[in-house]
Design a protein around this ligand. Sequence first.
Ligand SMILES: Cc1cc2nc3c(=O)[nH]c(=O)nc-3n(C[C@H](O)[C@H](O)[C@H](O)COP(=O)(O)OP(=O)(O)OC[C@H]3O[C@@H](n4cnc5c(N)ncnc54)[C@H](O)[C@@H]3O)c2cc1C
Length: 482
Amino acid sequence: MLALAGAPIVALALLVTLGSCDASQTKVCIVGSGIGGASAAHFLRKYSGRPQNELHIHVYERNSVVGGRMAMVDLLGDRFEAGASILHPKNLHTVHFVGLLGLKKKTSPDSETFGLWDGKKFVVRTMDGGSSFITKKIAGLINALGMLWRYGSDLFRMRSFVSQLLKRFLHFYDEGRTPYSSVKDMLESVELYGYTQHTLVRELLREGLSVQIITEIVTMITRINYGQNVSISGLAGAVSLCGSGDDLWAVEGGNWQMADGLIKLSNASLGLSDTVLSVVSKDGVYEVTSSSGKNRTCNAVIIAASLDEEKIVFSPSVDLPKRSMHHTFVTFVRGLVSRDYFGLKDAKLPDLIATLEVPGIPFISISVLKSYNATDNAYKVFSRASLSDEFLDKLFSVRRKTIRLNWAAYPQYNAPETFAPVILDGNHLYYVNSFENAASTMETSAVAAENVARLLLTRLSTDGAVFNSGLNTMAKRGSEEL
Ligand SMILES: Cc1cc2nc3c(=O)[nH]c(=O)nc-3n(C[C@H](O)[C@H](O)[C@H](O)COP(=O)(O)OP(=O)(O)OC[C@H]3O[C@@H](n4cnc5c(N)ncnc54)[C@H](O)[C@@H]3O)c2cc1C
């Protein structure tokens, strides 16, 4: 690995001698238009301060739309997030993107009820406060007391574990940070690497949490957010727990708009429905061949997609540690969940039905996305395998429309985690998604992409890169609020 601490930053203008392609322009090719690729394009443009005729950025996207795992689904006229749906208030890059792009944030409703199903009964169930302000407040208080009675101070210990890790994570936004060519070094710099080497359950037991809260609340959350149980790493687990707090938000109209806006803002060229087939390194440049049949010569290539299920041919070949992606099946249903399935005759079903890690439960969670009337809701169901019509007919008493998606969603976490290099070939082939073994979220992709953008510019340049102090101000604000 390259030791980059304190490496001089060189003006891109001096880079023009790199390789044998057009000497007046540096060309960076980015594979993938998800939040990782879009952030890479944005930060390259921003930090280099160079226009397109000096730094040409091209983004390849095999789909006909941008956004990758930020995608929407249309369910009988209403559009819902099909992939990445929620963001944390301390996700400072994405918070910043939304402001920069003039997008609107929407926050999750705070009146959701939830039930924790063990296959036979609800082991935990919160009550609904109805529509009045007063009854809502009373129900909120009773629900909080109920949780306190069941889990006691473990709730605070769980929160404190998450806060400690979040505080360290916020150092990724510090001004003038060294760019890293290894995820291990990057995580070590903020004292988070150790948490990728042990399981979440081990870390939480060390913090003094009881087995009960771990097997119930924590497991419920890791199942919903990563489809996996508490044997994921401590860091992925803490990130997952962050996705269950207050003030979570999403972009009104769809999170994919962040990718769309950033690519446009960076003035990159974009090739939709164009799959990269091979990247061949020769004479200090890269020849990128894609399904459009057009070859492109680039000084640097950034892979902003998970390579685990991809068929890109690299020459010379690249060596990656084996990683499998966890497949999450998302089923959208417009209709009504059957009370009979849950053995409830009259009581209202919770808005979110989550499940314990118990063999034989075919789904992970069911949540109400929108309620139209007493017998008509839009639902999102997560599961680890495709749900058959036969099962869905038992789960739903009414089913007007069903849409099934199968996502290669996030890595199958397996502590101790090993990480692919950020620089795949020792030259200028970069890999944003090596960071996904630490955690897979929209924000972590943006953080990894920002690191790659700085690393690339640092390695290509000899003076004068522009760093924006705005991020530092946001990071300070974030830490102070914790
Ligand atoms: C169901 C689900 C729920 C999730 N929930 C959340 C959540 O609530 N909050 C959160 O923060 N995160 C969530 N995530 C995780 C989050 O979606 C990802 O971590 C993040 O979006 C990854 O972004 P990326 O840009 O790194 O990768 P991607 O979004 O996967 O983008 C990679 C892009 O590269 C393209 N591509 C791949 N190969 C090629 C090729 N050869 N040529 C051209 N293009 C190519 C792909 O089509 C894709 O568009 C969820 C994910 C899933 C699937």
